[in-house]
Ligand binder design. Structure first.
Ligand code: T1G
Length: 705
């Protein structure tokens, strides 16, 4: 079978007349270092070295980037062809100067290829990064040994453990790029060819980064380990990276490479890396709706109704995506407040230097406040973002009917109301869809597009394109109560634990040891115990699973907002256990006949999260999600489910479905029929039979796309 990718070869004449071989990585769409590219390098380097006319070599990439690193899709299917570390050693050992011409991204193995070159010439728009840590890996082709020899150990630790790319000017500042060139790809390539030609005859020995050892320059490795144990809590890759970088400072290159190879191998075959590779593809796959062929409509102008927290956040996202935005609120006071919040958010961005004032001015120029519906007349999509009241929403959608142009997408940001009921308020139900953003909309990445049974294929395609345009991780989900993220996370076993004898800190400690950024008690304190407590007190519909939270509300313990909830908070919102809260909880248990208990972390995690897995299977069974990975994406991006577990469904796969079923039954939970079917037929979640089973459920609940 023909190998994917290649390295193109041509010869150019530099300004000083020297002949330079140009090797171009060519593997659409991002020049991932597939077997064909790695084999191509071996052949083309040998060709260039054997050609007496060639005096120097330039390496570059096609398809608008340098290289996005190793081909992640090869990891699972097995690697053929020469290993990347060997290829890079061959590049570095070249007796003719080798210069990287970088335009676009040079990431992971791509950055390591550039480090194997003797010099690096980059365009002003290029970026260099070693993001392997985000895949639960480390730079496994010499990056942990060469980079510290170039920029020092301390800078290397932060660069690799944060996994964020450097822009061209930053990369030049630390010495990763030798020179940065303005202009297009052709200009960068010409500059690199001339640069290489000027190096002919120079001593390239010192330019080979595999020489000597890295400058440790007073790095406290133990302190760095602690720093990243907090910053990337529970992740194993950062610790392995620090081990490799430490090795680069106290042993020569080949010995350091042995450490890198050993640590890389441990990570590659560990659960975290498998889960993170799975999530890398899952967050891209969710944007693809199986069977959807309709083309999206235009998306130049967006109207948002409701200038509250959600409406303002959505307006920011749309304007940052370059759309003209009408932010409508019939109440001028709400509108002024909403615009003031947006301005304050951007002022903070300028203070933090995450945006320049001119960027903010451009964004703000796209947002037009309005108090009248006729301002929506030219919008391509309108998003209703008022509070959760069905009658009000239906009235707004009736107004849309009167003013919005034909083909305008009529979206609601409701977090749980029935999309089809809202659609029934219009004469154009085919144009109606849910666009459920997560709060705050200008921060949270998840967008659940909720399809009503009558939403047309064009409406779906346009809503999916809208999510992409706003750089959201966008999933198409079913019109069920809570949609996906809120539905599955809403059945976590939190209430059983807090009402059944476990104190807040016991539950949170276990959840945070599993990798949740914030345990459920802290999360409730953040969201506010009064949010639903007040409603239940007013309507008198307290339920057995809300007795503790309702007692908190009754005792004026609302959480962070008034300094006391499950915990107490100082003026910097630092929390501590609160004996008063715990006494109150004990008294509620006593009245309810519950007694204090202790459980192992594993038991608490199972009680919290196995019901989430079970609900995920029910969503698939009912055709409310098209694939298990969409459920994982919704939990990771909507609820900060720890990414390195891959999400609830991937976690269940790793544990093993028979074990999950057994635990659910032991807990007294009613397992979903689909889960039982999987265990009976020994289906894995990526098996063809399982995929066929759930896609018939998914397509069965929709009118044809
Ligand atoms: N391998 C395989 N496919 C890749 C890929 C990769 N490295 N990077 C991107 N793709 C696919 C992606 O799945 C999608 O496919 C298409 O390209 C466009 O991507 C030895 C071990 C480069 C910034 O972690 O950060 O090197 O959905 O939608 O928004 O030390 O892709 O079209 O079928 O993201 O313009 C380290 C990962 C690898 C970089 C472009 N490298 N990629 O973003 O497009 S491990 C990375 C990205 C490694 C070495 C180690 C981004 C991007 P499809 P996209 P984009």
């Amino acid at each position: 079978m023909a190998m994917k990718g290649a390295v193109q070869y041509e010869k150019r004449t530099a300004a000083n007349g020297a002949c330079v071989a140009v090797l171009t990585m060519d593997s659409a769409p991002v020049n991932a270092l597939s077997a064909g590219v790695r084999t191509g390098f071996e052949t083309r380097i040998a060709e260039a070295l054997a050609d007496a006319e060639v005096k120097a070599i330039v390496i570059t990439g096609a398809h608008g980037c340098f290289c996005a690193g190793a081909d992640i899709s090869e990891f699972a299917s097995g690697m053929s062809g020469p290993p990347l570390p060997v290829v890079i050693n061959t590049i570095e050992a070249s007796t003719k100067p080798v210069v990287a011409a970088i335009d676009g991204v040079a990431l992971g193995g791509g950055c390591e290829v550039a480090l194997g070159c003797h010099y690096r010439v980059a365009s002003t728009r290029s970026q260099a990064g070693l993001p392997e840590v985000n895949l639960g890996l480390l730079p496994g082709a010499g990056g942990t040994q060469r980079l510290p020899r170039l920029i020092g150990a301390a800078a290397s630790i932060d660069f690799m453990c944060r996994g964020a790319p450097l822009k061209a000017d930053q990369a030049a500042k630390v010495g990763l790029f030798d020179t940065v060139v303005a202009g297009d790809k052709a200009a960068v390539l010409k500059a690199a060819v001339d640069f290489a030609a000027e190096k002919v005859g120079s001593d390239i020995g010192p330019r080979r980064l595999s020489g000597g050892t890295a400058k440790a320059a007073g790095v406290d490795f133990a302190k760095k380990r602690k720093e990243y144990d907090t910053l990337r809590k529970g992740e194993v890759a950062p610790q392995a990276i620090i081990t490799c970088i430490e090795a680069s400072t106290d042993r020569e290159f080949t010995e350091g490479m042995k450490v890198e190879g050993k640590e890389f191998g441990k990570l590659m075959f560990g659960d975290q890396s498998k889960a993170l590779q799975y999530m890398f593809f899952a967050e891209r796959q969710c944007a693809k709706v199986p069977g959807l062929e309709a083309k999206p409509g235009p998306l130049d102008m967006c109207g948002i109704v409701g200038a509250g927290l959600m409406g303002g956040g959505i307006a920011m996202c749309a304007a940052e995506a370059g759309m003209r935005v009408v932010l409508l609120d019939v109440d001028p006071g709400n509108l002024d407040r909403g615009m003031a919040v947006i301005k304050k958010n951007y002022a903070r961005s300028v203070d933090r230097k995450s945006k320049t004032q001119s960027q903010v001015d451009k964004i703000m120029s796209l947002i037009s406040p309005s108090t009248t519906y006729d301002s929506l007349g030219q919008c391509d999509i309108v998003v209703e973002a008022v509070f959760e009241n069905m009658d009000l929403k239906k009235k707004i959608f009736q107004s849309f009917d009167g003013v919005c142009k034909p083909g305008c997408i009529l979206a609601t940001n409701t977090s749980r109301l029935n999309i089809d009921t809202i659609a029934s308020a219009t004469k154009r139900p085919e144009d109606v869809i849910g666009c459920h953003f997560f709060s705050p909309a200008n921060v949270m990445k998840l967008l659940e597009n909720v399809r009503g049974p009558r939403s047309s294929p064009r409406t779906i395609a346009t809503a999916m394109a809208f999510g992409q345009k706003l750089k959201k991780v966008t999933c198409l989900v079913g019109n069920c109560d809570g949609f996906i993220a809120n539905r599955v996370m809403g059945v976590s076993g939190w209430t059983g634990l807090i009402n059944g004898g476990l104190l807040p800190h016991q539950i949170d400690q276990a959840a945070e040891s599993y990798g949740m950024k914030m345990g459920p008690a802290r999360m409730n304190d953040l969201v506010g115990l009064d949010l639903f407590g007040r409603e239940r007190a007013n309507t008198g519909n307290a339920k057995p699973d809300t007795i503790v939270t309702d007692a908190m509300f009754a005792a004026n313990r609302y959480g962070q907002k008034n300094g006391k909830g499950f915990y107490k908070y100082d003026d910097k919102l630092r929390l501590s256990r609160d004996p008063e809260a715990e006494a109150l909880i004990h008294s509620v248990w006593k009245n309810a006949g519950a007694t204090p208990k202790t459980m192992s972390d594993e038991e608490i995690i199972d009680t919290l999260y196995l019901p989430v897995v079970n609900e995920g299977f029910k969503c698939l069974e009912e055709g409310m999600a098209s694939r298990p990975s969409d459920i994982d994406v919704c939990c990771v991006f909507g609820y900060n489910w720890p990414r390195y577990t891959g999400g609830p469904m991937q976690w269940a796969s790793a544990v093993g479905l028979p074990k999950i079923l057994e635990k659910l039954e032991a807990m007294g939970e009613k397992p979903s029929e689909l889960l039982k079917e999987c265990v009976k037929n020994n289906w894995r979640l990526n098996s063809k039979a399982f995929t066929a089973r759930i896609s018939s459920a998914w397509s069965g609940t929709w009118s044809k796309l």
